[in-house]
Design a protein around this ligand. Structure first.
Ligand code: ADP
Ligand code: ADP
Ligand code: ZN
Length: 214
């Protein structure tokens, strides 16, 4: 099963992608996590990506597309994968389509997790991310068992630099301009599915599973 998660920053894509990856035992591929790992390891890609991420801008397509195309060609992706945070622009979607066509393959579903901007701001200010495994929590909606410690891997939780309200506003603008058009793009391909992302996490998850198993 090859799935794309669409939705605004903070809509819950990562949360749902991790739950789906566990359920279906397929890789969760998050471009945000890949960039953050590169920043942490001080790679050249990380240095370049950080410049854009700190401002709430998208990392240029040239730095993003090949990375994902290489990743989905790896053996563990043969049964399927969940793309979280990619594609985020029409050129990225076209790049992915070209690569998939060349592999005689296609995306099964693009799941749009729909959440209005008002809810997003609340979610981002309370989001805490694990420095170890990238899992995200929320101080109110999805707290960890032990405060500040990841339930999955025991590492420390942080408030991401780009989750500050000023940056979140930029990221939402960028989302509406550059990423939202992908909803039509995948609708035109007949693979779009919409779920109401304002429901609680388990309800959103059940709605997605229902769509995938229909
Ligand atoms: P969120 O979880 O809020 O949606 P991500 O972790 O997916 O955020 O992404 C964090 C940042 O990494 C983005 O704001 C952007 O700067 C960069 N980024 C992630 N994925 C992409 C992509 N596909 N194209 C360009 N930039 C990206
Ligand atoms: P994205 O990957 O789309 O940026 P995340 O999965 O990181 O979004 O979720 C953003 C924040 O909202 C996190 O703090 C997460 O714990 C919380 N969250 C995710 N899904 C829900 C939900 N259905 N209801 C309330 N909070 C949620
Ligand atoms: Zn963790």
């Amino acid at each position: 099963m090859k799935i794309i998660m669409l939705g605004a920053p903070g809509a819950g894509k990562g949360t749902q992608a991790k739950m789906l990856a566990d359920k279906y035992d397929i890789p969760h591929i998050s471009t945000g996590d890949i960039f953050r790992a590169n920043i942490k390891n001080g790679t050249e890609l990380g240095t370049k990506a950080k410049e854009y991420m700190d401002k709430g801008l998208l990392v240029p397509d040239e730095l993003t597309c090949d990375l994902v195309v290489d990743r989905i060609k790896q053996d563990d992706c043969a049964k399927g994968y969940i793309l979280d945070g990619f594609p985020r622009t029409i050129p990225q979607a076209e790049c992915l389509d070209n690569a998939l066509n060349a592999m005689n393959d296609k995306i099964d579903y693009a799941v749009n997790v729909d959440v209005p901007d008002e809810n997003i701001i609340k979610r981002m200010s309370g989001r805490r991310a694990c420095v170890g495994c990238g899992a995200t929590y929320h101080i109110v909606y999805n707290p960890t068992k032990e405060e500040g410690i990841c339930d999955r891997c025991g590492k420390e939780l942080i408030l991401r630099d780009d989750d500050k309200p000023e940056t979140v506003e930029n990221r939402l603008n960028v989302y509406h301009e550059q990423t939202q058009p992908l909803i039509d793009y995948y609708n035109n391909k007949g693979v779009l599915q919409e779920v109401d992302g304002t429901k609680d996490m388990q309800e959103v998850f059940d709605a997605i599973v229902a769509v995938l198993e229909a």
